[in-house]
Design a protein. Structure first.
Length: 509
């Protein structure tokens, strides 16, 4: 998720003309679009028979004739972004186009939802309530170092698992770095608190709309499916991560020579400055906005969870009367209304509220466009009729594996994809149409595939240098990226083992 532009990346001096900047997710997906279009000329067309739900039936794959001309294929490439937004799939031919009749295949619903939640979050940040609330918490716990670290990481993790809070942590380094130095810690503790606190929440997303939401939509399941396993994962992995950072912080506090990053001039003199700083005031308005924030996201969770299935343990259970069963259209309206409500409560006035809502949508246009482009890639594969062929080849690779091994394989397959496409929403839209039907063949829930995918994406984004959260965070904390990797790699190994264990458990229960 992106609400603020990433900070300038601090790079080492290199000879002119030899600098390399990893391309953005939009550029990567544009290259992928052309590459898939070219590959589609070489991959034979094929199809599965499908059941009443539209899911492919194992063992029914067969080759089909592709009568489409080169001009038709060129038209697919030209219209890929358009079809990725509002392409319609014909119910008979299953082709996707902007002027066909049938069901919406494009990502228009998710696209609008991203813009709506972007507007809401931007309005909340414009009130200063969230920033000031976290700053006040940090100040109140400034004399209790381990508790401060745990509290800030827990808040960041909750925000990460619920709404994809990640890049927003970049705004807190000005507070966290002097605070941690004043407590006798080093700059790595500040970087770990921010990067790992929010990152572990995103890794274990429960209802994060930018990860779980987009992936669930692409997998054709509810946002609430699989929330029980993801909640337990979040609780365990967040606890482990907090304990890891606190353990390192205590070691540095006892013996500063054990610091992996060392100290800059003046770092050991931050105590007096931190003690003299007054706690930021939390006004009645700030408290009200924070209460509304909690209420809106709590209601979102309530509205999307399939309670009859979650409480009864049966995926086909009849919904309770009080279940809402909301999806992206209703959630888009919820967050747009909530943005207006927060603006009215904060007495922003019509001009400022309107401009803030527009600015919020503009700030979130990048992930929305990524989703659109990624969906356009799947349209090319669909119209070339190679999606089922690719699915069939993967089916052969995983046939005979246990459900637990299948879940771990899905996790491992997504690791390199997460490196190439650090955007969670783009990665989900691109990969899920292929991976989700595999769950039907393996006899596991599609929700488990979503969980495995987002765990892979979240695990990679804890350390890869292609994300603004990591590279921008270490730059703001003035910590070398190599020092951060040395600090975090044991935790990455621990998390990798725990994730695989949870996936095996989820596949067997």
């Amino acid at each position: 998720m992106t609400t603020t532009p990433p900070p300038p990346v601090v790079e080492e001096e290199r000879p002119e003309g030899r600098r390399f900047v990893f391309p953005s997710a939009l550029t990567v997906l544009a290259v992928v679009t052309v590459a898939v279009w070219l590959v589609a000329f070489l991959v034979p067309a094929g199809a599965y028979d499908r059941d009443d739900r539209g899911a492919p039936i194992s063992g029914t794959y067969h080759r089909v004739d592709d009568t489409r001309t080169f001009v038709d294929r060129l038209d697919d490439l030209f219209l890929a972004p358009v079809n990725g937004l509002y392409g319609i799939q014909d119910t008979t031919t299953r082709l996707v186009g902007p002027d066909l009749s049938g069901e919406l295949y494009g990502s228009a619903g998710v696209f609008l939802f991203v813009l709506a939640i972007g507007s809401f979050i931007t309005v909340v940040f414009a009130t200063g309530a969230l920033d000031r609330g976290i700053a006040r918490l940090a100040h109140r716990l400034r004399d209790r170092g381990p508790l401060l670290i745990a509290a800030v990481m827990l808040v960041f993790s909750i925000l990460g698992t619920v709404e994809g809070f990640a890049e927003e942590t970049l705004g807190f380094y000005g507070l966290l770095v002097p605070m941690m130095l004043a407590l006798g810690y080093d700059r790595l503790v500040a970087a770990g608190t921010a990067i790992l606190g929010a990152g572990i929440g995103v890794l274990c997303s429960t209802v994060n709309p930018f990860a779980t939401g987009v992936a669930s939509s692409a997998a054709d399941i509810s946002l609430g499916d699989g929330i029980a396993l993801r909640s337990v994962m979040w609780l365990v992995l967040t606890t482990v991560t907090i304990l890891y950072v606190v353990r390192y912080a205590r070691r540095v506090h006892r013996d500063p020579s054990k610091s992996l990053c060392g100290f800059l001039p003046g770092d050991r003199m931050e105590k007096a400055a931190a003690d003299s700083t007054e706690a930021p005031e939390l006004t009645g308005l700030h408290k009200t906005v924070l209460a509304l924030l909690v209420l809106v996201f709590s209601f979102m969770i309530f509205s999307v969870v399939p309670w009859s299935s979650a409480l009864g343990g049966k995926s086909d259970a009849r919904p309770y009367r009080w279940e809402l069963g909301w999806s992206f259209p209703q959630l888009s309206a919820l967050f747009l209304c909530a943005a207006v409500l927060v603006g009215l409560v904060a007495r922003m006035g019509e001009p400022r509220l309107s401009s803030t809502i527009i600015q919020g949508a503009a700030d979130f246009m990048s992930p929305a466009l990524v989703i659109m482009l990624a969906r356009g890639v799947t349209v090319i594969m669909n119209n070339s009729r190679i999606t089922d062929t690719v699915l069939h080849s993967i089916e052969g690779a995983v046939r005979g594996t246990s459900s637990g091994a299948f879940a771990v394989i899905v996790f491992l397959v997504n690791l390199p994809l997460a490196f190439l496409i650090p955007s969670t929403s783009g990665h989900a839209t691109l990969a899920m149409p292929i991976l989700a039907p595999l769950a039907d063949f393996a006899g596991v829930s599609r929700a488990l595939v979503v969980t495995a995918w987002q765990a892979a994406s979240g695990w990679m984004n804890l350390w890869v240098p292609t994300t603004a959260v990591t590279i921008g965070g270490v730059a703001l904390a003035k910590v070398g990226y190599d020092k951060y990797l040395r600090f975090v790699w044991p935790l990455l190994v621990i998390l990798l083992v725990l994730i695989c264990g949870f996936l095996v458990l989820g596949a067997t229960v």
